[in-house]
Design a protein. Structure first.
Ligand code: GUN
Length: 279
């Protein structure tokens, strides 16, 4: 039976460390502000945005909230970002995704100053990660590295298989695991023999967006399994991309859903905000 990687506990530890850090910075007269922009009223986005603002408050970072109507034009949003880029008080800018369909998400991501890109989505941030330069790292994959390290998982030389190749998780995850000297395989919807490839993983990271897609027979005995998925059934019960009951019979360590990867994303956003304060 697998041991659980407790993301709630680890994220709480990180938040305590960050709270101490902001207190120390405050003594030196350094304070930070995160600008959070939401366009429209998507209920899931509203929950995320509220939690981000709450985390700022807890850690000791100021937050500015921009709740813009659904019909906001791309131009208006770009103008706001341009103002925030110039604003000396603001050191982090976050536009909650998805934005409405009439706004080009790429243009928005590109408009945020890389110095304030606490989501780590700007091409310059991703490029820096690719060639090993300083820059903000996407929060969910950065959180997974913390989960692994703080659970004592050795990454160096291990076979890591990533299921999913999104810009937010799969691709930066691969770069981070490579930076930690893992041998990395990225798989996706066109991959042949997915099950066999997964069976070879010492560390299996699943971000495929399909409920309980990875069953026990994909998993090598003793593997470490990280589940990035989040799905709700009709009774509001949460599920991951991994069939937990089966996987936990094979894995040595596993993240649950909820309480695994999820809480780490905001903790790492706060980490990036604190980094931004120190620039
Ligand atoms: N929507 C879903 N996840 C995220 C995230 O990490 N950052 C932003 N900005 N939007 C998201």
């Amino acid at each position: 039976m697998a041991q659980i990687i407790d993301g709630k506990k680890i994220s709480a530890e990180i938040k305590e460390e960050l709270k101490a850090k902001t207190a120390e910075l405050k003594q030196k007269g350094i304070e930070g502000t995160l600008a959070v922009i939401q366009v429209g009223k998507d209920p899931a986005s509203s929950v995320y945005v509220r939690n981000k603002k709450k985390a700022c408050e807890y850690i000791g970072i100021g937050s500015q909230s921009y709740e813009l109507p659904e019909e906001t034009t791309q131009e208006e949003l770009l103008d706001l970002i341009a103002d925030l880029n110039q604003d000396k008080e603001v050191n982090g800018i976050l536009v909650q995704l998805p934005v409405p369909a009439h706004i080009d998400e790429k243009k928005i991501i590109n408009a945020i100053s890389p110095q304030k890109d606490v989501d780590g989505f700007h091409p310059e941030s991703v490029g820096s990660l690719t060639i090993g330069q300083q820059g903000f790292v996407s929060c969910t994959p950065a959180g997974i590295i913390e989960l692994l390290k703080r659970s004592g998982v050795e990454i160096d030389g291990k076979n890591c298989v990533i299921v999913g190749r999104s810009n937010i998780v799969g691709k930066p995850m691969a770069l981070l695991m490579l930076r930690e000297n893992a041998t990395v395989t990225i798989t996706h919807s066109h991959t042949k023999n997915l099950k066999e490839i997964c069976q070879n993983a010492d560390i299996l990271i699943v971000a495929v967006g399909k409920k309980e897609f990875i069953t026990g027979d994909y998993i090598k005995q003793g593997a470490v399994v990280i589940d990035v998925g989040i799905h709700r059934d009709e009774n509001n019960k949460l599920f991951g991309d991994v069939k937990y009951e089966e996987a936990s019979q094979k894995a040595s360590l596993i993240t649950p859903v909820p309480g695994g990867v999820g809480p780490m994303t905001i903790a790492m956003l706060m980490h990036n905000c604190v980094e931004s304060m120190m620039k």
